[in-house]
Ligand binder design. Structure first.
Ligand code: SAH
Length: 275
């Protein structure tokens, strides 16, 4: 194609990478450039050109503006069959009704139906020629047909604008799926994947009794002036939601502290502290 370097940023894969925009026999290279721009604006990158006329052309690059990477990566094929061979779902777009009715959707319902399939296989959206659209044979290669519900007196959009509408709806489906995923992640219990069971209330009560007696032995908790110490320590430890291993570990620490107090001959007399 051209020497223009590809400036596709390396990013994490997105389901939108599996959306394939297929343009059949496009006449005006400017439309191809405008399609690339419309796609990139919506986060799409896979463009297939079936026998484009007058392409490559600098007008296409001019109209693509900052989406020249989409043009550089575009795949050119000589038949529609080649362009859609590995797609699990093929959607044909049409500005007018055809003689043989096909399952017909609007861009929104199309995106809702197609988006979940993007995790399994590429999904093609096929666009026709500027003057004649897609032939009946080409439309019959498609699983679904999409019509943008336009003014009946003038139903035909410019090719790139039709691509824009379909790409926008794909993006909206992607954003709402993303929102849903985030809401699900937030509602997941953060302790679900924990490696030890959470302590039970009785374990905690035994721990608090042990803690209190150890603090007394150490002389840190003065029976004559307990203040709010145990209440605050209870609040601290209930807030952390210790698991069974952590409670056992803390009990070990307390037992060890008690031994040290015993070795040292017991707590300091209470009156020394008052000085
Ligand atoms: N004169 C042609 C229209 C071609 S417009 C015809 O009557 O079919 C070029 C392409 O843009 C179409 O093939 C189709 O892919 C897309 N397009 C334009 N208007 C559309 C609409 N209202 N709904 C769906 N696709 C549309």
């Amino acid at each position: 194609m051209t020497d223009t370097p590809s400036n596709t940023p390396s990013s994490t894969p997105s389901p939108l990478d599996n959306v394939r925009i297929v343009l059949v026999n496009t006449t005006h290279p400017g439309n191809i450039g405008a399609v690339a721009r419309a796609m990139k604006n919506m986060g799409l990158s896979k463009l297939y050109l079936v026998e484009p006329k007058n392409y490559p052309d600098e007008v296409a690059y001019y109209r693509a503006v900052s989406a020249q990477d989409v043009l550089n990566d575009a795949v050119i094929t000589s038949t529609l069959e080649e362009a859609i061979a590995d797609c699990g779902l093929v959607v044909g777009t049409s500005a007018r009704g055809r003689r043989i009715p096909w399952p017909l959707l609007n861009p929104r319902t199309c995106a809702e139906q197609a988006y979940p399939e993007l995790s399994q296989h590429p999904v093609a959206i096929v666009f026709g020629r500027e003057d004649r659209g897609l032939t009946n044979d080409e439309l019959q290669c498609c699983n679904l047909h999409v019509h943008i519900p336009t003014n009946e007196d003038y139903s035909s959009l410019n090719l790139a604008m039709a691509v824009q509408v379909l790409s926008y709806e794909m993006r909206m489906a992607h954003l709402s799926a993303d929102e849903q995923r985030q809401a699900e992640m937030l509602s997941t219990d953060p302790m679900k994947e924990w490696d030890a069971p959470l302590s039970k209330s009785a374990d905690m009560e035994r721990f608090f009794v042990h803690l209190e007696s150890t603090l007394r032995n150490m002389g840190f908790l003065k029976p004559s002036a307990p203040k709010q110490l145990m209440t605050r320590l209870r609040r601290l430890f209930t807030r952390t939601r210790m698991d069974e291993l952590e409670v056992n570990m803390m009990r070990g620490v307390l037992t060890s502290a008690q031994r040290w107090v015993e070795k040292a001959g017991g707590p300091e007399p209470e009156n020394q502290d008052k000085s």
